[in-house]
Write a protein that binds this ligand. Structure first.
Ligand code: FAD
Ligand code: DLZ
Ligand code: SF4
Length: 509
């Protein structure tokens, strides 16, 4: 008899540990454990989502005649961990073997590898991704630079995604230039997918309220899909209602409009309810049938077949050293307004408020508002990673860490991104309507009323001169800095110092 351990982000019947399951003998173990629930200040919606999806998956397996041993979080057993739950199951069920699909996170894999029970543990490859860890390291080997764009093209070729023979559909690999339109006012943006909580979800919500009431984030209202069937409906709704505009408005931000034309599928992809091929093939079909334009379909597919696979590859290629990277020597602690949204910078307030409400913000809010601020303010990578890992319902270390350490903080010195995504307030003003409602003036460069992003941007270049000047993609930025008068650079430094002092003194900025 095999004891098959299925982790909370492996909720798919096609997962490698379940492929040869013998329903007459084998037992599937799914467990809610305190060790996972408490290692960070997980958003309440994130916890409710994962536990509800786990409980629904257990019921789906049972409906197929499979024996499932499911353990719920118990207040009386606050020390539970994957190891302790497996140990208990071994004692009671006496299996011949443990089978598990490789965990998505480095620490959990190492933990499982260290288990010394008196029976074999078979760790099977994680086939939920398009590119295996070995394939990625083979691709990376011998390359001076790892760039997503070239990796993505190889994935397209390998799986014949949006291809016309040997060529990319439409004659181009990338339609990003068409995908940078701002949205300046509310248009007819479709409502996001909403699933009313059923009995199981309501039970989980009650448990989260009781056990995790002090955690960050709003638990109510809860509207996520929690089964594969519902997640597939959310995918269909996205393709039908939002995919057409996805590309054009991919980078846009709008006050009080958290969902826009994004897919909101990352939660479902990352816990296994959806597979990348589900999303890619459905989107491609929409293009082939004339339902959605190529710039949108290619843009969406690039996020999943390109970025998602690429960041996972970087994660496994570079761990564990990646988790300690701090190339720009950034040491400032996370300001408390990341938890309280108590700031006068409207863009940040808006994005943090939406994070608290939904356990979601879209990519440009994470990258160009919260991420950009974290970079320019030299926040410590450990603090920023911990925040991003806890507040989003789609956050697992394999995807969160490269996005934070590599993409927003440039703490890896350029392994993932060719340059830091640093920007002044002008970018945020171009892509959103946040600045209209702000106490600061985006057009002012210096002084107490100036948009802090404006002087912090130049201060960032000055502070990191030695490390960044030689980056060819920052050549123009440094040329512009060199043209600045001394008075101007002095004002930048003085404004930045005043700003950082205020942060340190916990003044409202
Ligand atoms: P869409 O815009 O609709 O994109 C479609 C899909 O593409 C997403 O569902 C996601 O699976 C994938 N995708 C897009 N960009 C990325 C990316 N950079 N890395 C990996 N996958 C991507 N994504 C996570 O899934 N978990 C995280 O913890 C996470 N943390 C992030 C932290 C920072 C600082 C940044 C800048 C990005 C982070 N992302 C993370 C990537 C991205 O922001 C989210 O995947 C996206 O916002 C999810 O919303 P969506 O499903 O509506 O995405
Ligand atoms: C995120 C999470 C949380 C909060 N709790 C659990 C849990 O109690 N049990 C579980 O199996 N998975 C949980 N997860 C998802 C895990 O973080 C994820 O499955 C592993 O860390 C993957 O390495
Ligand atoms: Fe953000 Fe600056 Fe615009 Fe205010 S003025 S919303 S701080 S970019």
């Amino acid at each position: 008899m095999n004891l098959i351990l299925v982790l909370g982000d492996q909720l798919n019947r096609q997962i490698s540990s379940l492929t040869d399951l013998d329903r007459r003998k084998d037992v599937v173990l799914i467990c809610e454990v305190w060790e996972e629930a408490e290692y960070t200040n997980h958003h309440k919606k994130k916890l409710a989502f994962i536990f509800s999806a786990m409980r629904h998956f257990a019921d789906e397996l049972r409906a197929q005649g499979i024996t499932v041993r499911y353990t719920k979080l118990q207040k009386t057993e606050k020390t539970s961990s994957f190891r302790s739950e497996v140990e208990k199951a071994i004692r009671e069920l006496k299996p011949e073997r443990i089978v598990v699909t490789e965990p998505s996170e480095y620490c959990v894999l190492n933990d499982i590898k260290s288990w010394a029970f008196d029976l074999p543990i078979e760790i099977r490859p994680d086939t939920r991704f398009l590119i295996s860890k070995d394939e990625f390291s083979g691709w990376a080997k011998g390359r001076k630079q790892l760039r997503m764009e070239y990796f993505y093209r190889d994935v397209r070729r390998k799986y014949s995604i949006l291809m016309e023979g040997d060529n990319p559909a439409g004659g181009q690999w990338n339609f990003d230039k068409q995908n940078r339109n701002p949205l300046k006012e509310k248009t007819n943006i479709p409502a996001p997918y909403v699933e009313a909580p059923d009995r199981i979800t309501l039970e989980v919500i009650a448990m989260i309220d009781e056990y995790f009431g002090g955690n960050f984030g709003d638990l109510h209202p809860f509207y996520f899909a929690v089964t594969r069937e519902q997640a597939l409906k959310a995918l269909d709704q996205f393709v039908l209602e939002r995919l057409t505009n996805f590309g054009s408005y991919q980078d846009a931000m709008l006050q009080n409009e958290p969902w826009l034309y994004h897919s909101h599928l990352s939660f479902y992809l990352n816990c296994g309810l959806l597979l990348p091929v589900d999303c890619i093939r459905t989107a491609e079909e929409a293009y082939r049938s004339g339902q959605a334009p190529l710039n949108s379909v290619e843009g969406f597919i690039r996020q999943i077949a390109g970025w998602r696979e690429f960041v996972r590859g970087i994660y496994w290629l570079t761990m564990p050293a990646y988790a300690d990277a701090n190339f720009l020597e950034a040491y400032r602690p996370l300001p408390s307004f990341f938890w309280t949204e108590d700031t006068q910078m409207n863009c940040l307030r808006q994005c943090i408020k939406e994070t608290k409400e939904n356990a979601y913000t879209h990519h440009i809010q994470r990258l160009m508002v919260i991420g950009n601020f974290s970079l320019l303010a030299a926040l410590h990578p450990d603090d920023v990673n911990d925040w991003f890992l806890s507040v989003y319902a789609d956050a697992y270390q394999w995807v969160e860490l490269p996005n934070v350490t590599g993409m927003i903080l440039f703490a890896d010195g350029g392994v993932l991104a060719s340059k830091p995504y640093a920007a002044s307030g002008a970018y945020i003003n171009r892509m959103s309507n946040y600045c209209k409602g702000c106490r600061y003036k985006v057009t002012k460069k210096n002084g107490p009323d100036a948009c802090p992003f404006n002087y912090l941007y130049w201060n960032f270049l000055i502070r990191n001169d030695q490390k960044l000047r030689s980056n060819p993609r920052l050549r123009i930025a440094y040329q512009n800095l060199d043209r600045m008068s001394e008075d101007k650079t002095d004002a930048v430094k003085a404004d930045s110092q005043r700003f950082f002092n205020a942060l340190e003194n916990e003044e409202k900025i």
